[in-house]
Write a protein that binds this ligand. Structure first.
Ligand SMILES: [Zn+2]
Length: 199
C-alpha cells in the first residue's frame, strides 16, 4: 500500500472532475502559465503546483487545486520568505504552475510504470486553456510554456538530476533528448490548448 502524506493526498484539497466547469477562481494578475509533470505516481499531488491533473484507477481525470493562486499574484522577489507555489525556478511571480501527475522513474527512452497518457495530456491542456481564458493569458510561446522550455531558456534543460525535461516528449523514443524536443513539444501542447480554447 502506498501511504501518502496529507499534503500529497487529493482529498486534502478542492478538486473536480475534468470537463466540469472550473470553479470561480480569484481575480488578479496572472501573466504566465507553466506546464509540468510531477515525476511521481498517478495519484500523489503536490502543493508546489497550483493545479494537479491526476488519473484515477477508475479512469476519471481529476483536477486538484493544490495551492492558492493568489499567493503567486505578486513579485516573489520582493518577499521570497512569504508562501507561494515554487513550480518553476525564477519564474513564479504572477505565474501559475499546472502539472500532470505521472512519470515517476521515466527517462526519455522509457516512460516506465507511470507514463504520460493522452487523457492526462488532454486534461492538462484543457485546464491550461481554461486558465488562459480566465486570466487573459495569450497562448503563445512567451506566455505559456513547459518547464522544459523555461529550463532551455534558463540553462538547465536535460534529464540529469539537477536538470528538467518536463514536458519535452509526449512518448518515449530511443534517440537522445535534444533542445528541439522541448520546443516542438511545447508547440504541440499550445496547439492542443488552442483547440480547447474557450471563446
Ligand atoms: Zn517541472
Amino acid at each position: 500500500m502506498n501511504e501518502r502524506k496529507t499534503e500529497n493526498r487529493i482529498e486534502s484539497y478542492p478538486y473536480w472532475e475534468i470537463g466540469e466547469r472550473l470553479p470561480s477562481l480569484p481575480e488578479g494578475r496572472i501573466e504566465r502559465l507553466y506546464t509540468h509533470w510531477s515525476a511521481h505516481d498517478y495519484e500523489s499531488v503536490f502543493p508546489a503546483y497550483h493545479f494537479c491533473i491526476a488519473a484515477m484507477p477508475d479512469g476519471r481525470i481529476l483536477v486538484v487545486n493544490t495551492h492558492d493562486v493568489r499567493e503567486n499574484m505578486r513579485d516573489i522577489g520582493e518577499h521570497p520568505d512569504r508562501p507561494y507555489a515554487a513550480h518553476t525556478r525564477g519564474r513564479n511571480s504572477f505565474a501559475i504552475g499546472l502539472s500532470a501527475m505521472a512519470m515517476q522513474g521515466a527517462t526519455p527512452h522509457d516512460f516506465g510504470e507511470y507514463a504520460l497518457t493522452q487523457p492526462l495530456i488532454d486534461g492538462l491542456c484543457l485546464v491550461a486553456a481554461q486558465l488562459a481564458a480566465t486570466y487573459g493569458v495569450p497562448i503563445d510561446a512567451e506566455h505559456v510554456m513547459s518547464h522544459a522550455e523555461a529550463a532551455l531558456h534558463d540553462g538547465y534543460f536535460g534529464n540529469a538530476d539537477e536538470q528538467r525535461w518536463d514536458i519535452a516528449r509526449l512518448a518515449a523514443e530511443p534517440r537522445p533528448l535534444v533542445d528541439r524536443d522541448a520546443i516542438e513539444t511545447g508547440e504541440r501542447l499550445r496547439e492542443r490548448m488552442r483547440f480547447f480554447q474557450i471563446p
